[in-house]
Structure formats: structure tokens, C-alpha cells
Design a protein around this ligand. Sequence first.
Ligand code: SAM
Ligand code: SF4
Length: 468
Amino acid sequence: MAETFDISLDSLAKPSVAPGDRTNTGTAVSPSDGGTFFLETFGCQMNDHDSEKVAGVLLSRGYRQVESPDSASLVLYNTCSIREKAAQKVFSRLGEYRTKQAAGQIIGVLGCVAQQEGEEIFERAPWVSLVCGSASYRKLPELLSQLEAGNQRVTGLDTDTDETFETPVTRRDNPWRAYLTIIEGCDKACAYCVVPYTRGPERSRASDSVLREVRELANLGYSEVQLLGQTVNSYADSSPRKMRFSDLLLAVADVPGIRRVRFTTSHPRDFGADIVAALEIQPKLCNHVHLPVQSGSTRVLRAMTRTYTRDEYVEKIAMLRGAKREIAITTDIIVGFPGETEDDFAETLGLLEEIRYDALFSFKYSPRPNTPSLSMPDAISEIEKSRRLTILQETQREIQSQRNATLVGNTFEILVSGKSRRENQWSGHTACHRVVNFASQQRELLGTYVQVRVTGAGPNSLVGEQVT
Ligand code: SAM
Ligand code: SF4
């Protein structure tokens, strides 16, 4: 583990520079004589984990993390551009920030908005010094060196890479569950999605590197690992071992000390019987699969270029439902894709009733730059998208209430991850990824596994009591 050293902020301070006047002043940013960073993350688990790695890179260079942008010499925003609202949030944050920026602070934009907007960010927010897209994080140490040498505008915007972002130091936020990216980027090209543009082509880590990190995590006391990728099950081992994704799952579960293995997100096209077989034989693999469908209409799926039909998707679900263990299934749905008719939407509602998902993430279609669907005709109005979203969410809420009610009386193993301010109240997740709030008289439970009997259920969580 690399050393960190805490040094005063002042040595990083530079004279404030007026917007539009960000040429190289020759002032060096040197963490060896002081440096603190504040890092705010927007978006998905992949972004959360990228931020953990970025924090690791900074800590290993001698920066110290602080909780507020006001006291940081380096302020970084790791951004999301999957929907327009998420991207707008970043610019409003940058705008807010401008008014309170302290002298000499360095502002950086990382992630998908950085990749998408590139150097235009310097035009819109001239007080920004660093723009680095998610596909270029492996260049981050080099970019930091340039900043430290006094460069005022540095960029990492390549997507043309076959490398993944691996760093010897990752500063993880959660002390019990560790995220681990096994595949970066995406080659699937769904018509609505910015990810292939912002995160670049698919590239998988070598299985021995993944397993080495899992062993290190187990030695550090992590008992749950979550393997991440935009299409995690499209994993293609980049080493000569050529492990299949399902073999990697089993190998990760075999690492001594590892008690739970999760993975997300799976793409239906690459979801095969071998993954179900692995889930059946290895109880350490959590019985939960997130399998985004996006729409219940084959016509819309074709327009989205999702590469499967409704029937093909339903076959994958049948395979999961036929497994020897009960497996929770969750999904993502987009409403109001261009040209989605009332009948298409009714097919999506019908799919919810047919599959009865354990949980659902639902979104109104958001037109995104560079994507094929941007120029598709028959846009659906915002009012209509909102109407469909409400109906979809109400339908799912009722399904979840009913499904969760059937769990009352059952006992689950919970990894305890939260302590309520209310006395003797704790919370955690089941292996099937349900949140359980429960009562226990024990004094310290965080990070432990306990048995909890479910005594009540709502649509989004369960309540229970510890069984001793
Ligand atoms: N790779 C995953 C997959 O194939 O399902 C999803 C990754 S994406 C970060 C998460 C979800 O955001 C998608 O499943 C989709 O439902 C939603 N999403 C992506 N682009 C969107 C857009 N332009 N408008 C609305 N929702 C979108
Ligand atoms: Fe986006 Fe489709 Fe790739 Fe998922 S599979 S990240 S939705 S392009």
C-alpha cells in the first residue's frame, strides 16, 4: 500500500484566474507539499467504483481526501450522462461551485459527461482545469503529473484503448462489500445509449488479476464482492486461461473468506444456462439476477437494437425460474422510446404481470447526443412519458407488495450494513437483494451476518427480528 502524507492546503493555492484566462501560469500543483481532494460521484455503481479507484490514485500520490469542496485544493466531479437530467446536474453543480470557488482551487470533470462534452467543458466552464473521460482513467496519473507540473488545461479523452483501469490502490467506501470491475465499456450499441461513446469498447480484465484482487479483498476482511460491468456476463477473459464468466463466478466464490458474490449488469443476449448452473451449485453466488429487458414489445426492442425478442427474453427468465434455487429477478425498463405505441406499452405492462419482477428500475426515454435514436421519428411527449411511467411504477408497486407479503414468516441471512438512529434497529440485505429493517438487542452488528425472521412487508423493504 502506498504511503499517504497530510500536508497543508496553502502550498497548493494559486492565484484565482478569471474565466477565459486559464493559460499555463507555470504554478505547479505538488501533492508532496500539500494537497487535498474532494470527489463527488453521480450515476451508477460503475461510477461509484471508478471514484474509489480515482481516490486510490490520489491517495497514493499523497493527496488527502476531505468531505467538503470548500477545504479541497482539487475538486473532482465524476459525472453521468446516461439521461439528460444527470448531465444537467453536473453543469449546475459547476455553476454553483463557481460562485464559491476558493482561490487556487483546481476543478476537474471526470466520467461520462467529460467524455461526451470533451474540451467544450472548458468553454462552458473556463474555471475547469481537468477533463478526463471514463475510458481514459488509466491515464489519470499522467494527467495529474501534468497538473502538478503547472499545466492549466489537461484532457484525457481517448476511447481507443484495449486497456482497463487497474490501480494498485483503491479506496473503498464500504468496509464489507467490495465492488470490482471485471469488464469495461460496451460493444452492444443500443440505439438510446451513450455508454459505447462515453466508456469505449468492451475490454475484460484477465481472470488471474481479478482473482488476485478478490484474494486481497478477502484478506482485508471483505466478505461480499460485487463484480461489475455494463454487460458483466459478456466477460471474455483476456488471459490465456480463457475462463468463461460462469467459471470466474465459481472461482471467485471459492476464494477463502468470500461469503457472497454478486454481479451486475447482465445482458440478456449473453445470459446462458452455464450461469444458471453455477447459481444452482454454489450457494455463495447470491440468488439475484438483474436482467434489463427495456421493453415488453419485440417491435420496440428491435428499434432499440437490443438483439433479442420478447420471447427470447422470456425463455431466459424461464431458465432462471426453473433453477433448483429460487432466484430473485430485477430489471430496467424505458418508457416512451420514439414510436412506442399504446399497444407496445400494454405489452410492457403485460410482461410485468407475466414475470412478476422482484424490483424494477424505470426511466422515461431521454434523447442523448450521438445515439441513433436521437434522430428517430415519432417522439413521445414528456406528459405521455410521465403518464406511462406512473402506470408502470404503480403496476410494479402492487406486484412487489404481493411478492414481499409471501415472504412473511421466512428467515433470511442478512449482511448488516446499517444502524438506525432508533434504538435496537438495524438494516441489511438478503442474498436475494431485499432490504430488511430489523430489531435486535445486540450492541454491535455492523458487518456481521445474522438470521432474521420476516414479520412484515412493504413494496420496497421487509421488516423483521433477529433470530438468535
Ligand atoms: N448495460 C446495462 C444494460 O444493458 O441493461 C444498462 C446500463 S445503463 C447505465 C442503465 C439503464 O439506464 C439502462 O438499462 C436503461 O434502462 C437506462 N437508460 C440508458 N440510456 C437511457 C436513455 N437514453 N433514456 C432513458 N433511460 C436510459
Ligand atoms: Fe448501453 Fe446497451 Fe451497452 Fe447496456 S448494453 S450499456 S444499455 S449500449
